[in-house]
Design a protein around this ligand. Structure first.
Ligand code: ZN
Length: 331
């Protein structure tokens, strides 16, 4: 099957009341690790690339690596999503490359750092929606700002989402999915103590806009075991807290259907490579340590697919093409 519009994957997740992981990818081993987990568990999956990933892979490599995943896994619904698009231009580029979904993060200006007003956010998001929907491509927006910075994105300031504004935003822009700021944070250094997420915001938005799948960014759990492996083999990472899986499960029940995970995959790969090279000092075939990293990503992602509840849902529905998805938008 070709790449699937993300809207279909998330609408189905609403019907089945489970969450779908959106995993950031930058190279072949990450993609293979994630896809092995998705295939074994028969789980739909969202592969997402940030602007940093597009740059790192020179655009074409990421596109063709994901197309390879599609060819290798014909029975698994896979969406390719742009993470934190900063402008209409970036979203157009992703759509041209064949992405089936884009995020326009209008909560920040094009620099990816300065917070915008509600009106500015509506304006840019609306433009992206008008453009993307003509191609059947899904759009995710964001309202409110998260703490933390990752891949150069983030204001570093927290502004939780106002549920009334969220409902208005959805109506005014026509976005297919909305990322909320509920107290999560980007990056590995999230919280000093266990965070309390503002799950009441999820419930309130869900009540006002029941058909819009909600998105959680900055949702890695930053497991202590992964930090310990890195530090045992020469790393120097501080211990911090991520978002506990119990809170994520609760958020999924209340209306979150897309859960972004980047940091945990990075930690898993780094730990596996450090460990492998420390234990095998004479090894110099990159396939051996990248293979260990791939295995580590597979293990982390597999557990998340089970916890989010997407496992077993890969063949619940007949995947749509972008052409077919145009009917969502009366095009
Ligand atoms: Zn994010």
């Amino acid at each position: 099957m070709p790449l699937v519009p993300m809207k279909q994957i998330l609408d189905e997740a609403i019907k089945g009341n489970y969450g779908v992981g959106a995993f950031n990818v930058n190279n072949m081993e990450q993609i293979q690790g994630i896809m092995r987990a998705a295939k074994e568990l028969n789980s739909p999956v969202i592969l997402q690339a940030s602007r940093g990933a597009l740059k790192y892979t020179n655009l074409y490599y990421i596109k063709h690596l994901v197309l390879a995943a599609v060819e290798d896994n014909p029975d698994i619904p896979i969406a390719l999503h742009l993470d934190h698009g900063n402008s209409l231009e970036t979203c157009k580029l992703a759509i041209e490359l064949g992405f089936t979904s884009v995020m326009i993060d209008g909560s920040l200006k094009e620099d990816g750092k300065t917070p915008t007003s509600f009106e500015e956010n509506v304006e840019v998001t609306k433009k992206v929606v008008e453009y993307a929907h003509k191609f059947g491509v899904t759009v995710e927006g964001e309202l409110g700002t998260l703490g933390g910075i990752e891949d150069g994105v983030g204001s570093g300031k927290v502004k939780l989402t106002d549920p009334d504004e969220a409902a208005r935003f959805i109506k005014l822009t026509g976005v297919d999915a909305l990322a909320l700021a509920i107290g999560t944070s980007h990056g590995a250094y999230k919280f000093k103590a266990e965070p309390k997420l503002a799950l009441n915001i999820v419930s309130a938005v869900k009540t006002k806009a029941p058909n819009t799948p909600l998105v959680m960014h900055g949702s890695s759990s930053v497991p202590k075991e992964l930090i310990d492996i890195i530090n045992k083999y020469g790393g120097e990472l501080k211990h911090t807290m991520g978002v506990p899986m119990e809170s994520i499960k609760e958020a999924i029940k209340l209306g979150v259907k897309k859960i972004n995970v980047d940091t945990d995959g990075r930690l898993a790969m780094t730990g596996a490579i450090r460990k492998f090279l420390a234990e095998n000092p004479s090894e110099f075939d990159p396939r051996t340590y990248f293979g260990a990293a791939r295995q580590a990503v597979y293990e982390v992602v597999k557990q998340k697919m089970i916890d989010f509840g997407s496992a077993g849902h890969g063949s619940d529905y007949k995947p749509m093409t972008l052409e077919e998805a145009k009917r969502f938008y009366n095009i």
